[in-house]
Design a protein around this ligand. Structure first.
Ligand SMILES: Nc1ncnc2c1ncn2[C@@H]1O[C@H](COP(=O)(O)OP(=O)(O)OP(=O)(O)O)[C@@H](O)[C@H]1O
Length: 304
């Protein structure tokens, strides 16, 4: 029976923060690659959307394309990406150029890329590197406030503020990646795109950072596009998951629905390729994070 609740559009449609429509990207050359083909999706405000799919299916190209970071031979051949600000305005990212686009990227949409922690400048202190974001984007901010904010940011991601004086080589990989996440959050963006942000880290550190991301998302309300080929990880942290294959989204659904009732053959194969997902359901719920997605019957299965 349809209730008033059922009639309501899903949250991501009712309150979108990013709308991607018919987005296509080619890499031009003797053998042109159609890396992203007519992708449409809507990211809801505060939502974690997982983007899964095997290596080379176009996940990163989509992320770089949407944020206009692609360089030739990449060419956006169709579509648009529109950001809907919580302040009430919408902007087609294609209409932004140069300084506007750079400002927009830190301010409204920020990114954490795989291996980004290795691109930190080794001879500049952590403080100076974070402070630089404020000096550039918030020039009116006073020095004392900048330093205070740098310390707050580090603490937000679980790094002691005394580390501000350290240099990148003095921090562990996990700490450096936390610092990248802190930097991406510096200007309170409404969307964060994370491309394999924890892949290079050991599983314990990876787990800590993922918990941190989900906690901060609840606290600060930003939306995340989380890209990885690690489907079990996505099932734990995502509200919805889009599965990509050969440049196209073949399935997009609520994470739990996708896990329990995959519709596309490729999604089924992807799920089956992770042994831990084919065992008892308790194997999949590696932490308590996803417990609230389970029905009572599922809870009994996990408990037994
Ligand atoms: N600079 C480039 N020039 C030509 N082709 C490219 C370039 N970068 C990526 N491609 C191709 O575009 C397709 C999509 O690649 P992309 O890196 O977006 O996939 P991905 O799903 O993010 O992979 P991974 O998980 O390995 O990062 C692949 O066929 C890849 O070979």
């Amino acid at each position: 029976m349809n209730t008033a609740m059922d009639a309501r559009p899903p949250r991501h449609e009712a309150d979108p923060v990013l709308t991607i429509e018919d987005f296509s990207v080619d890499y031009l050359g003797a053998n042109t690659t159609h890396a992203v083909k007519n992708v449409s999706l809507t990211l809801g405000r505060g939502e974690i959307l997982g983007l899964a799919g095997e290596s080379g299916c176009g996940k990163s190209t989509l992320a770089y394309g949407v944020t206009r970071l692609l360089k030739p031979p990449a060419l956006i051949t169709s579509g648009s990406a529109t950001f809907h600000s919580r302040e009430g305005f919408s902007v087609d990212l294609a209409t932004l150029g140069g300084a506007d686009l750079r400002a927009f990227r830190w301010d409204k949409i920020s990114m954490v890329f795989q291996g980004a922690m290795n691109s930190l400048n080794p001879v500049i202190s952590i403080q100076a590197q974070i402070e630089d974001i404020f000096t550039t984007h918030r020039p009116e901010m006073k020095k004392a406030e900048r330093v205070e904010r740098c310390g707050d940011l580090l603490e937000r991601v679980g790094v002691d503020r005394s580390r501000l004086k350290s240099f990148p080589h003095e921090l562990s990989g996990g700490m450096r990646q936390r610092m990248m996440i802190a930097m991406a959050m510096a200007l309170d963006p409404q969307v964060m795109i994370m491309d394999e942000p924890t892949t290079a880290l050991d599983v314990v550190v990876q787990r800590e950072i993922l918990d941190e991301i989900t906690r901060l998302r609840s606290e600060l309300g930003f939306a995340v596009i989380f890209i990885t080929h690690d489907l079990p990880l996505l099932l734990e942290i995502s509200d919805r998951i889009a599965v990509m294959k050969a440049g196209e989204i073949v399935e997009l659904n609520d994470a739990y629905q996708l896990y329990t009732n995959p519709r596309d053959e490729y999604t089924k194969r992807l799920l089956a390729s992770f042994p831990s997902l084919t065992g008892k359901r308790g194997d999949f719920i590696r932490t308590g994070i996803a417990d609230d997605r389970l029905t009572e019957t599922d809870q009994e299965v996990v408990a037994s």
